[in-house]
Design a protein around this ligand. Sequence first.
Ligand code: ADP
Ligand code: MG
Length: 698
Amino acid sequence: MKNVSDFFGCKVFDDRVMKANLSAKVYRSLRKTIDEGAKLDIGVANAVAAAMKDWAVDHGATHYTHWFQPLTGVTAEKHDSFISPSPDGGVIMEFSGKELIKGEPDASSFPSGGLRATFEARGYTAWDPTSYAFIKGNTLCIPTAFCSYGGEALDKKTPLLRSMEALNKQAIRILHLFGNDDVKCVRTSVGPEQEYFLITKEMYEQRRDLRFTGRTLFGAKPPKGQEMDDHYFGVIKPRVAAYMEELNEELWKLGILAKTEHNEVAPAQHELAPIYTTTNIATDHNQLTMEIMQKVAAKHGLVCLLHEKPFAGVNGSGKHNNWSLTTDGGVNLLSPGETPYENAQFLLFLCAVIKAVDDYQDLLRLSVATAGNDHRLGANEAPPAVISIFLGEELNAVLEAIETGTPYAGTEKTQMKLGVDVLPKFNRDTTDRNRTSPFAFTGNKFEFRMLGSSNSIACANIMLNSAVAESLKIYADRLEKAENFEDVLHEMIRKTIKDHKHVIFNGNGYDDTWIQEAVEKRGLLNYRTTPDCMPHLLDEKNVRMLTSHKVFSEAELKSRCEIMLENYCKTVLIEANTMTDMAKTEIAPAVSAYILELANTAAAKKAVDESISCGYETRLMKKLAILEEQIAVKTGELEEAVMKLQDTEDVEAESYMIRDAVLGKMGELRAVCDEAETMTAKKYWPFPTYGDLLFGVK
Ligand code: ADP
Ligand code: MG
């Protein structure tokens, strides 16, 4: 039996390693940089770099890389070896403070949305000392931010760090108003629950749709799907268990707190949840987790699908972003307190989140928008594309009591004068278990459930942090000027509840009547697709808020909007092209071949005896012949819809054409192909079916 504590974090240059390998002075100075953002002088950087290199070489590393997260959605790395020639013809291993702090990768192949003029292809990477360096394979990876030479962010980490800083600043203002003068820093923490599918590599290789797009573009419904609910939390199959065991080990070595694993609702679907940590580290860890999941799968002859909707008609995969706010003293600001003052503070932070989610529904929605996630959010699957907040009955009753000035009718009747009266104790266990809400309060944290399984969690947290910072700023501005703090506080909370209660919904978010009520009665936004929501990134109110907190510049926002729409268009285009390709070169020929077999069978029967009925063959041939024709027609129509895109210059216009024309044609082509699949002999079908894929891992 392996003892996890013996190897946990063994590939990480973490605090333990720093303490052991740096002089006390250098360690202290680095700690100051990590904890307080103090500037690092080059002497210290040199000492840290040398220690890092020695440690990495001892652990088998030969290379180093600045590891960053460009807007492609995956991580990037450019490896340099440590070697440097020595006069005697050999080499020495070298790594300087300068190389640690700053790198200059050629940025020209990363998306910049027009931010980086072509004559200046270089960008630079800058070390993020708050996220520990680690070893992957033979390479020391240094987490970095990635910017253009003009200083504009070309990555996800930079705005994430900025949003954390914005929130920190405003939260501290509020805490100081409540007399918590000793709080120096407020950080957000995130625990992302990650869903994924596992299928066999052998079957994956036979499907071009999976290889090129990460999802199946064809596939008739299998006789058995998820209707029996027998997979959720079910016994884990040996092959999957072996995979999970190795995955955990690899993650633990990287200091990633992989904690929970279980089967999910759909067959072949699983989930992994780590213990929560500071948001930027959680983000790095989640990126690494997704990468390691795929690597370990390959070693087990499996493929890990991170696509949001790999199989039509089967639950998609998401990522739950469990989010909370904590002070440097370890106080969770979303945890109801013991004293009236703590309660008032808790309610103010709670209201800040409610207001933020309502005011910036559009930003939260678009932060998770991708072509893949549209299949979950825009379709009949929980959570819906409409953002609402689940608070649970008890907390809801408390808010109602405050709003109406009536006694809270909980276990005991309690008046709710903030800062004076004690908040009734509510039972944490009764809060959640509404699995359909996109944004649920779960006792001492909020769970944002709209993220897609392949999304970087950075985007959602950038918007969440910024929007909450904005609420807190508005509160702090008023409270700092207040003559009677308690009165203003009470009134502000009351008003927030009144103005924003339309975003609170404790019922079933999966229900069609809810969507209707949300949109028609409550005026909530319902952006079903990426092209519907993405352009709102540039709405004046959003630009004003995000630039005022210095999370993005206007130019950065424009570039991001363009890149996200471009990603959307490219993704769907690749899917459309893969579909026409598969339809023409695999599906139509298969149907055709089977028709021929049926014709031969019929002819053979007739040869034996003219009176033998060939009704079965004839009827089936007729049906298949019609479908075959349909496949050809629908393929042509899809090709035509794709051709039309060539005339558009503007990416926004292109995204609308894709939404309105291309996706519909893809659906039509799929429908006829899937129908043909149900009538074609299995041995003719050119790739594994849904049944094979979903139940293939033993
Ligand atoms: P579930 O019932 O949804 O599985 P859990 O309570 O087990 O919820 O936690 C799910 C995730 O939430 C885990 O990643 C966990 O570490 C994280 N989490 C728990 N408490 C907090 C918190 N205070 N802040 C952020 N994340 C948290
Ligand atoms: Mg959850």
